[in-house]
Design a protein around this ligand. Sequence first.
Ligand code: SF4
Ligand code: SF4
Length: 239
Amino acid sequence: YCDQPEMFPGVAHFHTLRVNQPSGKYYTSDYLRKLCDLWEFRGSGLTNMHGATGDIVFLGTRTEQLEEIFYELTHNLEQDLGGSGSNLRTPAACLGESRCEWACYDTQEMCHQLTNEYQDELHRPAFPYKFKFKFDGCPNGCVAAIARSDMAFIGTWRDEIRIDQEAVAGYVGGELKPNGGAHAGRDWGPFDIQKEVIDRCPTQCMWMEDGKLQINNKECTRCMHCINVMPRALRIGND
Ligand code: SF4
Ligand code: SF4
């Protein structure tokens, strides 16, 4: 790591090591404690939770520790190394169907399958440059697949947004809080469906007619804005 190791022996080696993050970033505090203990014992103790790829990144260890850490991770923590360098980087998925009603496909399953399929490409750098898969269950993009990967998978629906007109009336009448109450502490006045939903639809494909919300689904780009604002009234399609 340092080209003057005699002068700076403390940073003569400073390997970075990536751990394949659990899909959807589900882990227990016990698991994290074991990872941190391992890194305190065999590395610098410095971590990056999580790196831009999504990996758990361990920062700084010596060459002779690498095999020891790999053995401990794979044999005792049942954990794989992440991808680093010019290879397939560790695929990453949003938590998807395991918790999120907006998931349009099983992101964790797809991430798991492609991780298994491309084990060689993950562990043995053979590409001219890094390559990343990421999986977002819907266009909200919680893992920002479009910005952070070379091949982005973003779930969407083929049919129509489901509308519950009673709940729409609930938002218009103020009984239901927009955005799941996320902005409830702000004094932004009463909810205005025209200003906050219809006018902000990027394709202008929504309108009110006789007190009912209408959507021209052929023009909808599945941006999720209206669904995020009125989640009790609007849902992604069934297909
Ligand atoms: S990307 Fe969509 S499906 Fe995935 S967790 Fe975020 S909101 Fe849910
Ligand atoms: S999802 Fe976006 S584009 Fe589609 S109707 Fe709602 S606001 Fe408009």
